[in-house]
Write a protein that binds this ligand. Structure first.
Ligand code: KIV
Length: 288
């Protein structure tokens, strides 16, 4: 789907709303950036059209995160996620989203080699999904790439602090708590802002460090495991609704979908085995 057709789809849906439901204005990159220091930005991951439709009613931003490798595809980490995975899920999310800003992650191996490779792959993501922006992990090292993309029309959300794609060099998923590591993260955050990122995800850092970064940048900081000292928050949808076994310290569960699903499957199995399902109301009668 092209950007053009996405825009007309958004406009068509806005126009088709019931008269008493005010259409939400689609969130643009400048709108998102202008929320710095204002009402906190509500962000969630989404990987499918249906989840995107539900979250889009409320969220300011939907991230098609490469966490989909673990959450949807059962991978042990995000390193095996491909550009094709991101494009397929990005297309699904774009079919469900109307108002929220949709950002798609660039997966490991698709952007680090050179700014030119990053542009080629990011442009594919934008063209083939119709999303507005991409996100990439990296600080000072990725600043030239961020500059290259933003100057060529691809808005970039950066990602600093705990970077899951660097788990092998870091020796795992390690939150940044020790004060002697703070200056590096601050320098990364400043470098990505200076390179043109419109916002930055800060993952897994101590609260005073998140506060320092948020105060020192003019772009919104979006926290995950980075305290309330950020301009917005993001959670993985499945973590938030209780549909993924891993519960990191920073996740608050707002539901227990896993329990609901298990209960539904158990009751279905019982009724099938007892021949109580399907009932007459679920059964076609013959037509004369
Ligand atoms: O991939 C992802 O879901 C992310 C968020 C955790 C920020 O990068």
């Amino acid at each position: 789907m092209s950007t053009q057709s996405t825009l007309s789809k958004k406009a068509a849906v806005a126009g088709a709303q019931a008269p008493d439901t005010p259409a939400r204005k689609p969130m643009t990159v400048p709108d998102f950036r202008a929320r710095k220091g204002q009402e906190p930005l509500v962000c969630l991951t989404a990987y499918t059209a249906h989840v995107a439709r539900i979250c889009d009613e409320t969220a300011d931003m939907l991230l098609v995160g490469d966490s989909l490798g673990m959450v949807i595809h059962g991978m042990p980490n995000t390193l095996g996620v491909t550009l094709e995975h991101m494009i397929m899920h990005g297309q699904a999310v774009m079919r469900g989203a109307q108002a929220a800003l949709v950002v798609v992650d660039l997966p490991f191996g698709s952007f680090e080699e050179s700014p030119e490779t990053a542009f080629r792959n990011a442009a594919r993501v934008v063209k083939e999904t119709g999303c507005t922006a991409v996100k990439l992990e990296g600080g000072r090292d990725m600043a030239p790439t961020i500059r290259h993309l933003t100057r060529r029309g691809i808005p970039v959300m950066a990602h600093v602090g705990l970077m899951p794609q660097q788990m092998n060099t870091a020796g795992g998923f390690r939150a940044v708590r020790a004060e002697d590591q703070w200056d590096d993260v601050i320098a990364d955050a400043k470098a990505v802002e200076e390179a043109g990122a419109f916002a930055v995800v800060i993952e897994g850092v101590a609260e005073p460090l998140a506060a320092k970064i948020t105060r020192s940048l003019t772009i919104p900081t979006i926290g995950i495991g980075a305290s309330a000292e950020c301009d917005g928050q993001i959670l993985v949808f499945e973590d938030m609704i209780g549909l993924f076994p891993r519960v990191p310290t920073f996740v608050k569960r707002y539901g227990n979908m896993e329990e609901m699903m298990r209960d539904g499957v158990t009751r279905y199995a019982e009724e099938v085995r007892a021949r109580r399902f399907p009932g007459s109301e679920h059964t076609y009668s013959a037509k004369k």
